[in-house]
Design a protein around this ligand. Sequence first.
Ligand code: TXE
Length: 498
Amino acid sequence: MSSQVAVLESVQRFLNRQHGLFIDGQWVAASSEQRLAIFDPASGQQISSTADASAGDVDLAVMSAWRAFDDGRWSAMLPAMRERILLRFADLVEQHGEELAQLETLEQGKSITISRAFEVGCTLNWMRYTAGLTTKITGQTLDVSIPMPEGARYQAWTRKQPVGVVAGIVPWNFPLMIGIWKVMPALAAGCSIVIKPSETTPLTLLRVAELACEAGVPPGVFNVVTGSGAVCGAALTTHPRVAKVSFTGSTATGKQIARVAADRLTRVTLELGGKNPAIVLKDADLQQVVAGLMTGSFLNQGQVCAASSRIYIEAPIFEKLTEAFAGAVQSLSVGPGMDPGAMINPLVSHSHQQKVASYLEDARQQHAEIVQGNRVPDGNGFYIAPTLVINPAASLKLAREEVFGPVVNLIRVADGEEALRLANDSEYGLTASVWTAGLNNAMSYSQRLQAGTVWVNSHTLIDANLPFGGMKQSGTGRDFGPDWLDAYTETKSVCIRY
Ligand code: TXE
């Protein structure tokens, strides 16, 4: 008997559809008949296909978003009404949660348990949090000291206005959740959006666009274009009607987008990669460390920008902790995401699997000490066994670069100060953690670690009310938190003489 979850009929129907582009509240055929194949990472089989949008198709979508913004059908709607529609949108995502979770596992590979809990469960938290921000947009009243003409009095204030059309570029590691992290703040602020999912994992955002429409988001406010980064993504981020780009992906593509944005002075938020350190001090609770960093490192097969991938361990506890990690890695079962019992699942694509395998090959050739977990299933799935690399030499590619797979470096250090120096010696600065029972250590390391988010005695735990984003090559701007909509609004100053 199969231990895999049975695919819902609605999911199978959705996979079988001839998907078009979602523009102006309806499905539109792309100008080219060329299709992009979508694969199930567990089997390597094609399960669906999407349209491959041209620059002309993208122009239609952006102009639809621009008209919707300009005529005020959404941007000028009463905030309470927008909030009500966005909450209804969240309710619909919840009602269709199992369908969306299955679609995500089938196109992305991750465990159905993670799809249910994160892609749908956490996404709902973000949706409702952000919907609530719709009615909390505020400016300030300001006393000014303008001395002329003599006797004149002034009253001044600021108000936040939506920036206009937002372009959202979404990666393949959390396609629904990261997509929603772009859609919701844009819509809450009163903007329109054109979103481009990754060509590898476009299905859930296409389904979600229909649900937004059903919830009452007016036509043209939420558009989805599918296609390649080089054509569809580039056409979207360079379109003159786009006022803001929100991008999550690689540092290389992020920089390319930032260069083009500089020419037009388009606003950009860039959430890029990480090579995130965890420092384990000798007074830490080792059981808590193993449980926390196994999740922090192997969640979604390590395809998480915030994942812990360099673990610095103080010498007195190094052997014991390395042994405990080896035992934990070897106990992880490897199998398809649709099997809720499989803890490690395939990577997203054949090309990504090959990329991660090449890092391991480089390490093997340089005689690195490698501890690997369970054998991967036979067949054509895109698996990589969970892997520990013990004390990798600095010359290894995986010592410095973001691997974005189930591969973690365990590094012995003399003491916490050496760990801190090595942790900060990276071009990235997205997240970090320190594991300790000492308050002084917690305070000191959290201040000195160069990362946008630092956890103490946990890793990778994010929340809608806690700003998130990177330092150094990990990006610019912050998502989440009470000020999230600032990145989607212009501050207008009004000054009245009376
Ligand atoms: O990223 P790309 P890729 C890291 C991770 C991974 C590496 C490469 O290390 O191995 O990046 O992944 C779109 N104009 N992260 O190649 O190319 C593309 O279609 C506009 C970290 O998939 O950055 C997709 O929708 N858009 C990460 C999106 O950009 C363009 C998540 C991301 O693709 C474009 C994913 C262009 N010129 C990968 N070129 C994170 N920060 O969480 C591509 N795209």
